[in-house]
Every structure is written in C-alpha cells, then in structure tokens.
Design a binder for this molecule. Sequence first.
Ligand SMILES: C[S@@+](CC[C@H](N)C(=O)[O-])C[C@H]1O[C@@H](n2cnc3c(N)ncnc32)[C@H](O)[C@@H]1O
Length: 201
Amino acid sequence: MSHFDHSASSWDSPSKVSMMMTLAEKVKENVDLGDNLSILDFGCGTGLFGLEFFDNAKSLIGMDTSTGMLEVFDEKTKKYSNIKSLKLDLESTEVQRVETDEKFDLVVSSMTFHHLNNPINVLTKLKNSLNENGKILVVDLEKEDGSFHPNNEEMGVKHYGFSQDELKSWADKLNLKINICTINKVSKNGKEYGQFLAEFH
Ligand SMILES: C[S@@+](CC[C@H](N)C(=O)[O-])C[C@H]1O[C@@H](n2cnc3c(N)ncnc32)[C@H](O)[C@@H]1O
C-alpha cells in the first residue's frame, strides 16, 4: 500500500483544504481560464484542488495512481455524471498519452510533479493529451532544501521542488511557451516555502 493509499481517508485535513483552496483561487486570479472546458486533474488525490475548477468545466477527469485517493474522489463526485476518475500511470512506458475519448482544454496539477521520476516525460504525454490551444497548469514547490516533507522517501518525494530554470528548460524542450509566478508561501518548521504556478501553453 502506498503512502497515498494509506493517507487517503484522512487526507482532507483543514490545513490541506485551506491550502488547496488558496492555490486554486490564486490560479484563477492569474490565468484567464474560460468556460465549458474539458479538464484533466493530473494527480488529483481526493480532488481538493481540481474540483475547484468544476465551475469552468464541461467535463472533469481526476487521474491518479492511488486507488485509495480515487475512492475518496469518487465518493465526493458520484452525483455528477460529468466527473469521472481514471487510474493510470503516465510514467509507464506503454502509455503515450491519457487514453480517453476526448482530449483536454485544460490540465491542472497540484503538488504532484515532485513525486514523478521523470517530469518532462510526463509533461510530454500531457501535451499529447491536449486539444489545440489547450494549456497545462502545474502548481508545485519552488526549489527547497528537502525539509518540506517530514519523510521524503516514505512519502515518495523524488524532487525537492523545481527551479524556474528547470521549468523553462522543459518548456523549451517541448516547444511550449511558459509563464511562471509565485502564488503562495507556506510557513512550516520555522521556514517559508514558495509554491509556483507554471502555465505551459
Ligand atoms: C500531494 S498529493 C496532491 C493531491 C491533489 N492534487 C491535491 O492538491 O490535493 C500527490 C498526488 O499525486 C499522486 N501521484 C503520484 N505519482 C503519480 C503519477 N505517476 N501519476 C498520477 N498521480 C500520481 C498521488 O497518488 C497523490 O494523490
């Protein structure tokens, strides 16, 4: 059982709910999203972040690798026929894009990229899953010293955040434009950690 399967039932703590709502609000302040979008929440967890974009959606898919997280997501969203979950690992070499009938106008992702072995490989597959003029919004930690998570190995942390140069190099390699800004600061253990929004389009 993964860390996320194990934590799923108690994931929605007041502090996480508040952080994800803040992040989603800041994204909406910074990006003109539009309406009636087909949306993918990559690494949706219990949906705390991605479901905040439901007002902009025609349809929304929450995708994750954790069965436990997706069970909570499904329970929350069962009354909405246009919200579905998908268990899929884009890091698997056999998967080249998100295998759904529709492509996406908007991919959102929060606090998931630092768990990926190969973020640029996954970003490529997300790009392959976009409609024309679609965009990918990634929210995650700015470069940190490894102290944000209490136990990096146990929690599946593969990157101690990302620098702007790293994010720009991904955009260059994928021939995408990028806008980056800091959208939040989290105080923890007497330190302050930045969270960025990167818009790939
Ligand atoms: C820190 S949680 C964030 C959850 C959610 N985005 C939120 O903001 O509340 C990271 C999530 O990424 C998922 N995850 C990790 N590796 C993944 C992968 N390769 N593909 C999809 N999801 C993944 C985990 O299962 C977990 O639900």
